[in-house]
Design a protein around this ligand. Structure first.
Ligand code: ZN
Length: 134
């Protein structure tokens, strides 16, 4: 079951450059800022009440997100949906023929389990599922 939109991911080249807008001009609160080496990104979460905005920047030249930035430039990268049982959700999606990037959940930026669905199956949007905190 989908609980809510957990966050919206925006790919940027330089997080600090964009904090001027979100933090200084719009006055949003900065949440966690973490490096996720196995995904090749550094992320920062901006608090917006019940949902968050996640800015992602590449950690190095080999990062996957560089391909996105080269092809499409900075912009909306993914939508993250919070689910109550990520394992059950992935099984349900797979049984219904939805193409998964991650067949098994892996650790996300903030320690919770996440998995991505392939945009081919979702109308062109990269969707991340995130296990609701228990
Ligand atoms: Zn995300």
């Amino acid at each position: 079951m989908i609980e809510k939109i957990a966050h919206i991911g925006i790919a940027v080249k330089d997080i600090d450059k964009h904090l001027k807008l979100y933090r200084d001009i719009l006055g949003m609160k900065i949440g966690e800022r973490v490096k996720v080496p196995d995904q090749g990104v550094e992320v920062v979460f901006l608090e917006t009440g019940d949902t968050r905005i996640e800015l992602l920047q590449p950690l190095n030249e080999d990062a996957n997100i560089n391909k996105f930035l080269e092809k499409r430039g900075e912009g909306q990268h993914h939508i993250c949906l919070e689910v109550d049982d990520i394992e059950a959700e992935l099984k349900n999606l797979e049984e219904n023929g939805i193409q998964l990037i991650d067949k098994k959940p892996r650790k996300g930026a903030c320690g919770e389990m996440v998995a991505f669905l392939h945009p081919k199956s979702t109308g062109g949007v990269l969707i991340e599922l995130e296990q609701k905190k228990k």
